[in-house]
Design a protein around this ligand. Structure first.
Ligand code: NCD
Length: 325
């Protein structure tokens, strides 16, 4: 039976490796369809009255209360490549009725009448879960403050699989703002189910991984170490994957604290020179100053390939949500 997905709120939902395999198989198909420039829905022929007629195009609502480049555009590009339509608000806090004081539940109730799926980015942790409670249509969490960003983690895992051939037996370093970075949080929960995974959390003391994840790893007997930013080069020698994040400036209440930490770690030639030849460097992007420009030219820098994968994984997800695969 093809799998049909509903709300996508956090990576703990993806415990079933068969489901992940199905998703990535479909993402590969999407890559081919996209290259051949075929709209899937265009290919559909309505048999009623033996006349060709088109079904109504499905509609995705991109509802973004926080800035985005990759997530919003890749969802839009994915939906259009599938032959669907997109409605969107990119600064929902200013341009939607939220500016007039409308609550998130009310906005979601209304948008569900105009769209078949809602992609929501919001500054508050838990916003997507709350929206899902009020929504008539599936909600995809495109980032809820410092909470989670599950579709990013799914495309990150796809990238590791494509680049390394496996997601098992890996030393994965996560560098940077592990406290506020929702991508590293989602990815850790997702990769925690792989065989023989070893996490190396590298961060300044102030930006360490939060307790919920540490507890989860301890409870599930998953190997991890926490090391200070200065140990980056020592740890990098043994990494298969180095996942870099920027310091999440927008989460700091006190700008001075951000200024104090800004630029305190950087991945440059000194770091990549000691990394294994078959390792990869990932970043959810945008990168600011934490990766030196020279790294972009190293074949191990996978971050632009990673962002390309976002479109195909999101096409596959949308197909599984809207049609079943
Ligand atoms: C990330 C995010 O929004 O959490 N960006 C993205 O979706 N690719 C990472 C970030 O902003 O640092």
């Amino acid at each position: 039976m093809p799998t049909k997905l509903g709300h996508i709120l956090e990576t703990q939902q993806f415990k079933d490796r068969k489901l992940l395999d199905e998703l990535y198989f479909l993402a590969d198909e999407m890559r081919l369809f996209d290259k051949e420039n075929l709209g899937l829905l265009e290919r559909y022929k309505c048999k009623r009255n033996a006349l060709p007629c088109k079904p109504r195009r499905k509609i995705l609502a991109n509802v973004f209360y926080e800035p985005s480049t990759r997530t919003r555009f890749s969802f839009e590009s994915a939906m259009r490549s599938l032959g669907g339509d997109v409605i969107s608000t990119e600064s929902a806090g200013i341009f939607s009725s939220a500016a007039k004081g409308e609550s998130l539940p009310d906005s979601i109730r209304v948008i569900g009448g105009y769209a078949d799926v809602i992609v929501l980015r919001h500054p508050e942790e838990g916003a997507a879960k709350m929206a899902a409670r009020y929504s008539r249509v599936p909600v995809i969490n495109a980032g809820d403050g410092p909470g989670q960003h599950p579709t990013q983690a799914l495309l990150d895992r796809c990238t590791i699989k494509r680049e390394r051939g496996t997601t098992d037996n890996l030393n994965v370093g996560m560098l940077g703002d592990l406290k506020n970075g929702r991508t590293v949080r989602s990815l850790t929960y997702l990769l925690a189910q792989e065989d023989n995974i070893r996490f190396h959390f590298i961060s300044p003391q102030e930006l360490k991984m939060r307790n919920d994840i540490i507890q989860y790893l301890e409870e599930h007997n998953i190997s991890f170490e926490e090391v200070p930013g200065e140990a980056l080069k020592d740890v990098a020698r043994n990494l298969d994957v180095l996942y870099v994040t920027r310091i999440q400036k927008e989460r700091f209440k006190n700008p001075e604290e951000y200024e104090k930490l800004k630029g305190c770690y950087v991945v440059d030639h000194n770091v990549i020179d000691v990394m294994p030849g078959d390792s990869i460097i990932m970043h959810p992007l945008p990168k600011i100053d934490e990766i030196a420009p020279e790294v972009d030219y190293d074949k191990r820098a996978a971050y632009f390939r990673q962002s390309d994968n976002g479109k195909y994984v999101r096409m596959a997800l949308l197909k599984m949500i809207l049609d079943g695969s």
